[in-house]
Design a protein around this ligand. Structure first.
Ligand SMILES: Nc1ncnc2c1ncn2[C@@H]1O[C@H](COP(=O)(O)OP(=O)(O)O)[C@@H](O)[C@H]1O
Ligand SMILES: Nc1ccn([C@@H]2O[C@H](COP(=O)(O)OP(=O)(O)O)[C@@H](O)[C@H]2O)c(=O)n1
Length: 216
């Protein structure tokens, strides 16, 4: 395995922003694994299916084309909610796992962000971050992001979404959202993007030194 950087955490904590910046720093490819679940949720909805229908979600996961991750539809509020509904299904997670494992296997390294990267997808990743922020701050960030994309949404509704999603993602039986035992927690509530990235970079640099030493 190369130098895999696992960046997990709840919705709108800033993990994707940090992952992209780490990828640029090291020259590694970056996979936002949430987009896989979002694309599956959107596919179910667009085919007229029901998010409560496990078989429909599995079929959508099997038919997923990586090109679909680029669609603007996967970045909407509704897609985030749909993603967390289809993410509870064990077979959906199994179908999406191979793609993530292949991505993580790239040399000389890769960055993946999600909920279960450090615990399930890449438990042996040499660098693991768990990025958090208060629900209120996350809702503010997500509200600004969605509004900037042209969606009309109320802050209170986004905060409610975030609380429901935290609960659903943390309570599910399969690969629940939680920090790996060896993840370093990074609370970005009071941090600017630059400050959060700087803190993340230091944590990853320390992990890289340990990894280089262990490799010999
Ligand atoms: N530390 C921060 N301070 C302010 N805004 C941030 C910070 N980190 C990220 N953001 C913004 O918040 C939104 C959500 O960030 P993102 O990285 O996509 O979160 P996640 O991947 O955890 O859902 C984006 O618009 C991003 O620019
Ligand atoms: N590795 C992952 C990534 C996302 N997900 C699910 O997909 C949903 C959307 O993930 P995301 O990372 O795009 O969400 P945001 O943090 O951007 O809101 C999450 O709420 C999870 O339910 C997951 O189960 N495992």
């Amino acid at each position: 395995m190369g130098f895999v950087i696992a960046v997990d955490g709840p919705a709108a904590s800033g993990k994707g922003t940090i992952a992209v910046k780490l990828g640029a720093l090291y020259g590694f490819p970056v996979l936002d694994t949430g987009l896989l679940y979002r694309a599956v949720g959107v596919k179910v909805l667009e085919s007229g299916g029901d998010l409560g229908d496990e078989a429909a979600a599995v079929a959508a996961a099997k038919a997923l084309d990586p090109q679909e991750l680029e669609r603007p539809e996967v970045r909407t509020r509704a897609a985030g909610e749909a993603a967390s509904r289809v993410a509870i299904y064990t077979p959906v997670r199994q179908v999406l796992r191979d793609f993530q494992l292949a991505f993580a296997a790239q040399e000389p390294g890769a960055v993946l962000d999600g909920r279960d990267i450090g615990t399930v997808i890449a438990p042996r990743a040499p660098a693991k971050l768990y990025v958090t922020a208060s629900p209120e701050v996350r809702a503010e960030r997500r509200w600004k992001q969605l509004t900037g994309q042209g969606e009309t949404v109320a802050y209170e509704d986004i905060l409610a979404d975030i609380r429901i999603r935290d609960e659903r993602d943390g309570a599910r039986a399969e690969s629940p959202m939680r920090p790996a035992d060896d993840a370093v927690l990074l609370d970005t509530t009071e941090m600017s993007i630059d400050a959060a990235f700087d803190a993340a970079r230091r944590i990853v640099e320390a992990a890289r030194s340990r990894w280089e030493t262990a490799k010999g």
